[in-house]
Design a protein around this ligand. Sequence first.
Ligand SMILES: Nc1nc2c(ncn2[C@@H]2O[C@H](COP(=O)(O)OP(=O)(O)O)[C@@H](O)[C@H]2O)c(=O)[nH]1
Ligand SMILES: [Mg+2]
Length: 313
Amino acid sequence: MRFRSAKSPMAKIAALEEMLAIMPKHKGTDHLRAELRSRIAKLSQLAAKKSGAQRASMLIDREGAAQLAVVGLPNSGKSQLLARITNASPTVAEYPFTTTSATPGMMPFKDIKIQLIDTPPLVPQAIQWWLPSMLRRADALLVIVDLGNEPLSQMVAIREQLKKMRIAIGETGAQEEAEVVLWPKKVLIIGNKRDLDRDGQNYQALMDSYQEQLPVTAISAKEGHGLEELKLKIYQMLDIIRVYTKTPGQKPDLTDPVVLKRGSTLDDAAASVHKDFAAKLKYARIWGSGKHDGVMAKRDHVLEDGDIIELHL
Ligand SMILES: Nc1nc2c(ncn2[C@@H]2O[C@H](COP(=O)(O)OP(=O)(O)O)[C@@H](O)[C@H]2O)c(=O)[nH]1
Ligand SMILES: [Mg+2]
């Protein structure tokens, strides 16, 4: 068992998470799974106390509206993409395996920022012990394939590696789901190097196989094509909304929205502004959604992207 040989708390956590992942989910294992979870929680506290340095290189704190991991085979253009659309500048190189650690970068979109993480390539010899937990923790995955080089076989290889980490993307057999716990992940498939796919046939093949299950888009990270569309698709896949707050009698601050899950209510918005606000909320006024103009709304009112709210406590 990997747990015995694991030395650092982080390696132990990874081993325990692995056990939890492969453990069948039913009544008989409830107790054991709860125990594993509490051991993970204790180790996490210990790891947090230990030197920040090691932890920092493994676990990347979520910043901004969401954290997305960019995964793919060597040379697919993961680093190039980060260099293009985030403030990070990981090394872009013709030789594979340039990335052995994870590099985060922030992608500005509309008035929010989304965190992307450049990760080592998904080939067995390059997969680091901390990668599975990093991918599971991420809000979504950006799976990147090289359109110049048989994207479908890349997808097969990528899905196989992800499956070993108990991460499911797209459709999985009912059989598979019954056997082990799979982490379902939101995924956007990115066909990169579309400049090398001259007649567009590889992209077409990728679409034909996947577009019914997952969103797919084509870009050229090197030439800078398709990037605005990509950012929009990333935003859409996250199912988030931006809500602006205003103080009575003042103009709303339209630069710093509260980011909420789609379907969130006024109550949720109040709680995310301040933990005490939800309990104290008496009523709120709401502008936006094309239909509200300062009307009073109830706590359970479902908000929409772009709404402006005025909380009365
Ligand atoms: N033609 C073309 N080459 C690209 C594109 N994106 C990346 N590359 C090249 O592919 C190679 C690998 O890119 P890199 O970002 O280091 O790949 P990584 O291993 O996935 O991080 C580099 O030589 C890049 O210049 C693209 O859109 N078109
Ligand atoms: Mg790289």
